[in-house]
Design a protein around this ligand. Structure first.
Ligand code: MTE
Ligand code: MO
Length: 161
């Protein structure tokens, strides 16, 4: 009987919580696969990404007005975390867009996989949940079409080749 009561209580709590609160902690938002130390794909929830060293980039972009503060995981740190051994990262978006980025560039320019823009998580409808952001203002040589094509938003997966 006690067990039935516990089940009823958990069920009642789950109905009261907004779906987003339940999803935030256990939904996989990023999968990294390909040439990795582990011979299998590695999944990340938002909190697992946030447990990694985070970095902030303040920059203008072609898609926003004025300087924006982006916060997220440096792609170089993500590569170390998964033990990437390939030299090319193919970044896939939820809309099936993809772009190739040489892994070297993650060390050279320290782009981040941004989770937040001006302190707020980004919804899918506004370039979230993950957005490859380069420090364009710090390295003006990045302000070209090639690096705009590498600025993948709505990122869902990265394949190391
Ligand atoms: N998820 C996603 N990211 C994307 C794209 C896209 O279609 N989907 N287009 C890319 C390309 S080709 C460019 S040039 C830039 C700029 O896109 P815009 O011209 O639509 O602003 O975003 C890049 N990031
Ligand atoms: Mo483009």
């Amino acid at each position: 009987m006690k067990q039935a009561l516990y089940i009823a209580v958990f069920w009642a709590i789950s109905l009261l919580l907004p779906a987003s609160a339940l999803r935030a902690d256990d939904a996989v938002i990023l999968t990294v696969d390909g040439k990795l130390a582990a011979n299998h794909p590695v999944d990340f929830t938002r909190s697992q990404l946030e447990a990694m060293p985070m970095n902030t980039i303040v920059t203008t972009t072609p898609w926003h007005d004025g300087a924006i503060t982006f916060e997220g995981v440096p792609l170089s740190a993500l590569m170390k975390h998964v033990g990437a051994t390939g030299n090319r990262a193919v970044v896939f978006a939820l809309n099936n867009y993809s772009a190739d980025i040489p892994v070297d560039e993650f060390d050279a320019y320290e782009p981040i996989l941004a989770l937040k823009r001006n302190g707020e998580y980004m919804p899918i409808s506004d370039k979230g949940p993950l957005f490859v952001v380069y420090p364009f203002d710090q390295y003006p040589e990045l302000k070209n079409e090639l690096h705009y094509t590498r600025s993948v938003w709505q990122v869902r997966a990265i394949s190391i080749e």
